[in-house]
Design a protein around this ligand. Structure first.
Ligand SMILES: [Zn+2]
Ligand SMILES: [Zn+2]
Length: 178
């Protein structure tokens, strides 16, 4: 507990420095504004649904840090999303529950399981077999208020099309890990 509150105090320190220090402050490793926000450790409740609303879910998180939204440029995400990248929010399984409807499951060759609505066909979440009892990757666009969990990073940037501009203030991996 003590160490955590100490870290917060240190991170907010540059804001109180005299203006003369400003250039130096801006060269410190960039810390996205969300970490300085007073709401960063607040509980987050997100609701979401499929296109036809047969499937509805709630995500309840202890803090903003429990949600990790990322873009993924891998070929599997491209195919599943039908766009040039996938956009999902990783949340702990215990924070995810369906309020309405039963999803249909599809497991693809690479072990990724996707849960979708058997009426409108919209995917709601996905996960790898190995993490099935730990996490859900929720399709960002199915949240009612997706802006509560903006992107923190990008994966498989090696596949990113050259015409796509960079997203500011996010980590980038050429593959899944490096
Ligand atoms: Zn539906
Ligand atoms: Zn992917």
């Amino acid at each position: 507990m003590f160490r955590r509150s100490f870290t917060v105090a240190t991170r907010s320190l540059p804001r109180t420095l005299p203006l003369a220090y400003a250039p130096k402050v801006s060269q410190t490793p960039s810390l996205p504004a969300r970490f300085l926000s007073t709401t960063a450790r607040m509980v987050i409740d997100l609701r979401g649904r499929c296109v036809c609303s047969n499937l509805k879910y709630t995500v309840s998180l202890k803090s903003e840090e429990d949600a990790r939204t990322t873009l993924c440029h891998c070929s599997s995400c491209r195919r599943a999303f039908g766009t040039n990248y996938g956009l999902t929010t990783k949340v702990p399984l215990e924070g995810f529950k369906y309020d309405q409807g039963e999803p249909k499951l599809y497991k693809q060759d690479n072990g990724v399981i996707r849960e979708f609505c058997d009426n409108c066909g919209a995917y709601v979440c996905e996960y790898g077999e190995a993490a099935a009892d730990k996490f859900r990757y929720v399709m960002w666009g199915t949240f009612d208020e997706p802006e509560k969990v903006p992107p923190k990073g990008e994966f498989f940037c090696s596949n990113k099309p050259s015409w796509m501009p960079d997203i500011p203030d996010v980590f980038r991996k050429q593959k899944i890990k490096e």
